[in-house]
Design a protein around this ligand. Structure first.
Ligand SMILES: Nc1ncnc2c1ncn2[C@@H]1O[C@H](COP(=O)(O)OP(=O)(O)OP(=O)(O)O)[C@@H](O)[C@H]1O
Length: 364
């Protein structure tokens, strides 16, 4: 396994700047997900680590050793893609053994390693079969087994399960997570699916527009997003944003929106100081509830509900701003019913209004 460090990493394709001089460190054995919308530079970053794309500027280090000029095949990096090109004419066993034979390993060691990884990937019963007839999930597991059998220093996965159906995706997620827990590979997982990133990774690198917006644990990016983009991109259903005004009164900082004013908790006084004026308040749908249960309440009208068996999504119009609430399945207000929405002030977030404009196009 290896640690990875990137320093002022830039990727250009002619006039297109895909990665804008990013810095990051990944510890030996860490599982990092690179998360962001299409075109944000995730794959370019991964391909530079793998050696599949030249680095335009900056440097990448494995265990402190600069690898800019090390050829892809000498980096000991395994990569798994969405498509898993298996060799159709040879058995699953030989497909998995392929990289070991290419490296000239002796037969006994090959056999030991192939059977070991096949056991872990629940492929033992399939070893003598040819790839034809495998389900897409099985084929993906063979692809992963073949990538992992040579014990890479770094394991890169680029949207490896996005093409699978929901059930297979959950299954593969479990496999990937247990592989990491068992072998402690240094793993980088590229995805545009925030749920996948948060479920799998030790830390998530959220990118947009060729820049790292935040690199932190799943809990941190969810609860303490560094900016409005991270707040809006992470979390399902998406966070609620509302224009607000932040000011310092006699009793301390307050925030007002939709005709309501709230004394801000101490936790937000630094953000309030930074914003001082027009801001953007944000609150996750899980921290809104129906009824009068908090010092900050809004009156609104229900315009639609979605009943999802384990939870209900309630959409409320408050003076033209639409809020999403997540409620218990027994909470079923009628359409057009006037309701009181309570906001848990402990979970309120504040951002500068300028961030709304900056990230508008990306969030669309
Ligand atoms: N080979 C290339 N030639 C020219 N431009 C490219 C090339 N590869 C990527 N780009 C551009 O670089 C930017 C970043 O692309 P990249 O594939 O790294 O993003 P991504 O976040 O992985 O997107 P996706 O999720 O759609 O794969 C995009 O604007 C893309 O069009």
């Amino acid at each position: 396994m290896a640690s990875i460090r990137a320093e002022k990493l830039v990727k250009r394709y002619g006039a297109v700047k895909a990665v804008h001089g990013i810095d990051f460190e990944i510890a030996d054995g860490e599982f990092v997900a690179i998360l962001g919308p299409s075109g944000c530079g995730k794959s370019s970053t991964m391909r530079m680590i793998a050696g599949l794309e030249p680095i335009s500027e900056g440097a990448i280090y494995f265990d402190g050793k600069r690898i800019n000029d090390v050829r892809a095949r000498d980096r000991n990096v395994a990569m798994s893609f969405e498509s898993y090109a298996l060799y159709p004419t040879i058995s699953i066993y030989e497909n998995i053994a392929f990289p070991l034979r290419a490296a000239g390993m002796d037969n006994a060691e090959i056999d030991r390693r192939v059977r070991d990884i096949a056991g872990k990937m629940e492929l033992t019963a399939l070893l003598s079969q040819k790839p034809q007839g495998l389900s897409s999930g099985q084929a993906q597991r063979v692809g992963l087994a073949r990538a992992l059998v040579r014990k890479p220093a770094v394991f890169l996965l680029d949207e490896p399960i996005s093409h699978l159906d929901t059930r297979q995706r959950y299954r593969m997620r479990r496999f990937i997570k247990s592989l990491h827990q068992e072998f402690n590979y240094t793993m980088i997982y590229v995805t545009h699916d925030q749920e996948e990133a948060l479920a799998l990774a030790d830390r998530v690198m959220v990118m947009s527009d060729g820049e790292i917006q935040q690199m932190a644990t799943p809990d941190e990016v969810y609860a303490r997003p560094r900016n409005a983009f991270v707040a809006g991109f992470v979390g399902e259903p998406p966070i609620n944003f509302v224009d607000c005004y932040v000011e310092n009164g006699t009793g301390g900082w307050t925030v007002s929106f939709e005709g309501q004013r709230l004394a801000l908790p101490e936790r937000l006084s630094k953000a309030a100081e930074r914003i001082g004026g027009e801001g953007l308040a944000a609150i996750r749908p899980h921290f809104l509830s129906l009824g009068d249960t908090s010092p900050l309440t809004l009156q609104g009208k229900v315009f639609v509900t979605e009943e999802l068996q384990d939870q209900n999504l309630i959409f409320v119009d408050v003076g033209g701003t639409r809020f999403t609430l997540v409620a218990h399945p027994t909470v079923t207000p009628r359409r057009c019913e006037t309701v009181t929405v309570s906001i848990d002030p402990e979970h309120l977030l504040l951002f500068p209004r300028s961030e709304a404009r900056k990230f508008e196009d990306l969030a669309a």
